[in-house]
Design a protein around this ligand. Structure first.
Ligand SMILES: *Cc1c(COP(=O)(O)O)cnc(C)c1O
Length: 390
C-alpha cells in the first residue's frame, strides 16, 4: 500500500472510531429522524390524505422555497422528475443541446435525455468541482451564431444545467451573464445543495429555476422526492399544472389540456419532509462542524487534501470529500476503508465513459473532471456523527 493512502486511512479510522466513538459499520450518509417525523407522518395517516392531495405538500413546498430563497416551490416524486419537468416546461426538447458537466450524478443527464434533447459535456472547475465557467465561455465562443441562437455541430444550444457538486455552489450569477450573451438559459441542478449559498445568495435562487432532490441520502429526505423552486410565478403555476397531469379546472370533468406528468409528491412523503426541514439548520451546522474537523485532521498530511468550500461559498457539505494523489492510492483507500467497516465511495464515472453516452457531444479534453474522478473519495458525512457534545 502506498504511504499516502495508508496514512489517510489510519487518520480517518482513528478519528471516527476513537475521537467520535463510532462503533460498527459507519454509513456514508444516514438520515436523522426525530419525534416530529413520526408525529407528522402519523397525523397524515390519521387524516387519510396520504396521496396526491393534502396540506403537507403545500407546507413542504412553501418551506423548501423559503429555504432556497425563492417565492414558489413545486414538489415532485423525485429529483430526476423535477429536472425533467423543468426542462420540458422551458421548452427544451428534440434536437436541442444542453450544456452539462461531465462530472455529475447520472440523473442530471437522464433528465435531459427524457426531453429528447442531448447533453454536451464540459469540463469541471478544480476549485468548486462544478462546471467550469471558462470552458462554458470558450465553448459558446466556438458555437455558430444563427438568428435563433447558438448552434454546435448542427444542434441548437438551448440551456446550461450546472450542478452544485456535494453542496459547493458554483458562480451561477456569472454563468448566467456568460450564457445570456448567447441566448442560452441557465437552470440549476441543486439536488445536492439545499441550504448552501454563495455570496449570501442561496443555491436554487441563482437562476431562472432549480431542481432539488429529497432522496434518502440527501441533506433532507422525504424518502424519495424532489422539487422545483423559482421566483417566476407563471413558471411555477405551469409546472404545478404539468406535474399533476395537466388537468384543467373545468367543473367535474377530467379534461387535460396538454400532455402532463404524474410527478406529484404524495402527502405522506411531504409530511416526513416537512419535519425534516425543521432540522435543516441543525443538519448543516453539524456537517460544517464535521468539515472543520476533517480539514484539521488532514492538515499536514501532505498527500491528502480535504475538499473545502471555495471563497464566498457556504457549502452544506452534503458529502465530505478528500483527494488522494492518484488512482492507485484512491483504490487502496477505498479497499481499506471498506475492510474497516467504513463506507467510502469514489466519485461518479464520467458521463462520457458510460456506454450509452459514449457518442455524446463534448467540448475540450475534460482533464480536470478526469483528474477529480480518479482521485476523489467521499467519506462518512452523516450529521449524526457530530452530536452536540463532540
Ligand atoms: C440526487 C441527485 C439528483 C436527483 O436524484 P433523485 O434520486 O431522482 O431524487 C439529480 N442530480 C444530482 C446531481 C443528484 O445528486
Amino acid at each position: 500500500m502506498t504511504a499516502s493512502s495508508s496514512s489517510a486511512v489510519q487518520r480517518l479510522v482513528s478519528f471516527l472510531r476513537e475521537d467520535l466513538g463510532q462503533q460498527g459499520r459507519i454509513p456514508l450518509h444516514a438520515p436523522t429522524f426525530g419525534r416530529r417525523e413520526k408525529d407528522y407522518v402519523a397525523d397524515c395517516i390519521d387524516s387519510t390524505y396520504v396521496s396526491s392531495v393534502g396540506d403537507y405538500v403545500v407546507k413542504f413546498e412553501n418551506e423548501v422555497a423559503r429555504r432556497s430563497g425563492c417565492a414558489f416551490g413545486v414538489a415532485t416524486m423525485n429529483g430526476t422528475a423535477a429536472i425533467h419537468a423543468l426542462l420540458h416546461t422551458l421548452g427544451v426538447g428534440r434536437g436541442d443541446l444542453v450544456i452539462c458537466p461531465a462530472l455529475t450524478f447520472v440523473a442530471t443527464v437522464n433528465a435531459v435525455l427524457y426531453t429528447g434533447a442531448q447533453p454536451v459535456f464540459l469540463d469541471s472547475d478544480p476549485d468548486t468541482l462544478g462546471l467550469s465557467l471558462s470552458e462554458v465561455e470558450r465553448f459558446l465562443q466556438t458555437c455558430e451564431q444563427r438568428a435563433d441562437g447558438v448552434w454546435y455541430e448542427g444542434q441548437r444550444v438551448r440551456a446550461a444545467l450546472p450542478v452544485h457538486i456535494f453542496g459547493h455552489v458554483i458562480d451561477v450569477v456569472r454563468l448566467s451573464e456568460i450564457c445570456a450573451a448567447y441566448g442560452v438559459a441557465v437552470v440549476e441542478d441543486a439536488a445536492e445543495s439545499l441550504g448552501a449559498s454563495r455570496d449570501g445568495r442561496q443555491a436554487g435562487s441563482l437562476s431562472v429555476a432549480a431542481a432539488l432532490s429529497f432522496n434518502g441520502n440527501k441533506v433532507v429526505t422525504t424518502g424519495g422526492g424532489g422539487a422545483i423552486v423559482t421566483n417566476d410565478e407563471a413558471l411555477a403555476v405551469r409546472l404545478k399544472h404539468l406535474t399533476t397531469t395537466a388537468r384543467a379546472k373545468q367543473g367535474w370533468t377530467f379534461f387535460h389540456d396538454e400532455m402532463g406528468f404524474n410527478y406529484r409528491m404524495p402527502n405522506l412523503n411531504a409530511a416526513l419532509g416537512f419535519a425534516q426541514m425543521e432540522q435543516l439548520d441543525d443538519f448543516i451546522c453539524a456537517k460544517r462542524r464535521l468539515a472543520d474537523r476533517y480539514e484539521a485532521l488532514f492538515q499536514g498530511c501532505a498527500d491528502v487534501q480535504f475538499v473545502k468550500e471555495a471563497a464566498g461559498v457556504r457549502s452544506n457539505y452534503w458529502l465530505q470529500a478528500i483527494m488522494l494523489p492518484d488512482l492507485t492510492a484512491r483504490n487502496e483507500a477505498l479497499e481499506s476503508l471498506h475492510a474497516e467497516g467504513i463506507e467510502a465511495r469514489p466519485c461518479w464515472t464520467l458521463m462520457v465513459d458510460l456506454p450509452y453516452l459514449k457518442d455524446s457531444r463534448r467540448f475540450g479534453n475534460l482533464t480536470v473532471a478526469r483528474d477529480i474522478e480518479s482521485r476523489l473519495v467521499n467519506i462518512p458525512s452523516s450529521p449524526s456523527l457530530m452530536t452536540p457534545s463532540v
